[in-house]
Design a protein around this ligand. Structure first.
Ligand code: ARG
Length: 470
């Protein structure tokens, strides 16, 4: 073997190799380009493992001390940007261990006792994902806070409510925004749920079968803040459910944000004019001087595709993988990292848009004039005041709408005699239910859009999701 070849054989697993990887292997194999972001978790896991090895008498305390100190030095080098990440050392685990050996010498070789990169990477990734869940939850809560603030301000601001994107019934802007608070609340529930299920520690599963060393898995699980060790060593190294669950949660949250973003795009267009988005989150056109485009909203709408893509990519990587670990699983990280970063970015942008948007109540009110929004109210009046069966009332009001359409007026523009010609039970008193204010005020059923209900719901949401207070 020439000196040259020896150098390229991996120092950590190269015992049975005579030559280094081919050029293409050197390109396809490494994950250090992206798994370097697991460095802090890797060191945390190694420290817990090392302390346990010492406590169990598996490695000498003096070596354990040298390892722990060495790991702190590695951490400092990385934090201060003095660490050289090497592609030829493949991944974060071997980069750190190799540097540890440079720093403390042969004692470093004892760290990997009773451990494999398989349980190591599974542990690192769980730690990273757990922290990601906390970041996501905090951003989701921040968005809820912005939505609730606006909802309180606009508990009584009337606007058209839509089904099929056709004017349906009047609602209040605050009520509309609180719908998103509920969606985001469920997202937070899913994050918590995923986090609860990932709360088991793979460390000590070793390569796949466990180890002959007298390790203490409960101790490492505890040290890393997990509820308990994973029960089955093979499952521990093969399982990436926690990645899939967080991606599924992220995909749905991103989908919610894309619906909100689409509404912001519509509401901010001059055809609606319901809101003005903060200038800082919009952009101009290079050709049309008058334009102010809702780019941030459009990007939030679009990026949902990327997050769903990450979910599908990961499910597809795992599909059909025989137990236990397969290198395919190295492909779990980029989609996870990208989806989490993308979701966090979308959440921050959505929060800023909601917090900074200016509602245009006059435009919302004016839009209520189109589309016969109070037709249902008139039908309900006929049921209540004249005792008509709802179907018959519905039919009569349908005819009145047709008449109003032909005359080019709203329902309140029809004369009493014209209305009575269609439905004799109608009296002058019916006019009172035709205003949008009366309409929203009347919808005081639980979860309804009556301004008093909305104000109450905003308070309740604040207490339920944000722990009360201001
Ligand atoms: N870089 C690898 C990954 O991300 C670490 C685990 C490698 N394990 C192994 N037996 N080659 O999955």
């Amino acid at each position: 073997m020439s000196e040259d070849t020896k150098k390229t054989v991996n120092p950590l697993w190269g015992g049975r190799f005579v030559a280094g990887p081919s050029a293409v292997m050197a390109r396809i194999n490494p994950s250090i380009g992206f798994d370097r972001r697991l460095w802090a978790e890797d060191i945390e896991g190694s420290k817990a493992h090392c302390a346990m090895l010492v406590a169990q008498g598996i490695i000498p305390a003096s070596d354990g001390k040298a390892i722990l100190e060495g790991l702190d030095r590695v951490a400092a080098e990385i934090t201060e940007g003095r660490f050289t990440f090497r592609d030829d050392l493949e991944d974060i685990h071997m980069n750190i261990e190799a540097r540890l050996a440079e720093l403390i010498g042969v004692a470093a070789g004892r760290l990997h006792t009773a451990r494999s990169r398989n349980d190591q990477v599974a542990t690192d990734l769980r730690l990273w994902t757990r922290a990601a869940c906390e970041r996501i939850d905090a951003e989701l809560a921040g968005l809820q806070a912005a939505l609730i603030d606006q909802a309180e301000r606009h508990a009584g601001t009337v606007m058209p409510g839509f089904t099929h994107l056709q004017p349906a019934q009047p609602v209040t802007f605050g009520h509309h925004l609180l719908a998103y608070v509920e969606m985001v609340g469920r997202d937070r529930g899913r994050v918590a749920d995923a986090c609860r299920r990932l709360d088991e520690c793979p460390l000590g599963a070793a390569a796949l079968a466990g180890t002959s060393f007298p390790i203490d898995r409960a101790a490492t699980a505890r040290a890393l803040g997990f509820a308990r060790p994973c029960a089955n060593s093979m499952d521990a190294v093969a399982d990436r459910d926690f990645v899939v669950e967080v991606l599924a949660t992220a995909a749905l949250a991103a989908t919610h944000l894309s619906r909100l973003a689409e509404e912001l795009v519509l509401w901010a267009s001059p055809a609606y004019g319901f809101v003005t988005l903060p200038e800082a989150l919009t952009s101009g056109s290079s050709m049309m001087p008058q334009k102010r485009n809702p780019d941030a909203a459009e990007l939030v709408r679009g990026k949902a595709g990327r997050v769903s893509g990450a979910l599908i990519a990961t499910l597809t990587v795992l599909k059909g993988l025989a137990l236990t670990y397969g290198k395919d699983m190295q492909e779990d990280k980029e989609p996870l990292f990208d989806a989490v970063e993308t979701l966090l970015l979308c959440l921050a942008a959505s929060r800023e848009m909601i917090a900074g948007l200016e509602a245009r109540p006059a435009a919302m009110r004016a839009a209520c004039a189109a589309g016969y929004l109070t037709a249902t109210d008139l039908a309900d009046w006929l049921v209540r005041a004249a005792g008509l069966p709802f179907r018959q009332a519905h039919h009569a009001v349908g005819r009145l709408v047709r008449l109003a359409e032909a005359e080019g007026v709203g329902l309140d523009g029809l004369s009493l005699s014209a209305m009575q010609a269609v439905e004799p039970a109608i009296t002058e008193a019916a006019r009172a239910v035709l205003t949008v204010e009366a309409s929203v005020a009347s919808r005081s059923s639980l979860g309804g859009t009556a301004p008093a209900r909305v104000a109450e719901a905003a308070r309740a949401a604040r207490a339920r999701y944000l722990g009360g207070g201001a």
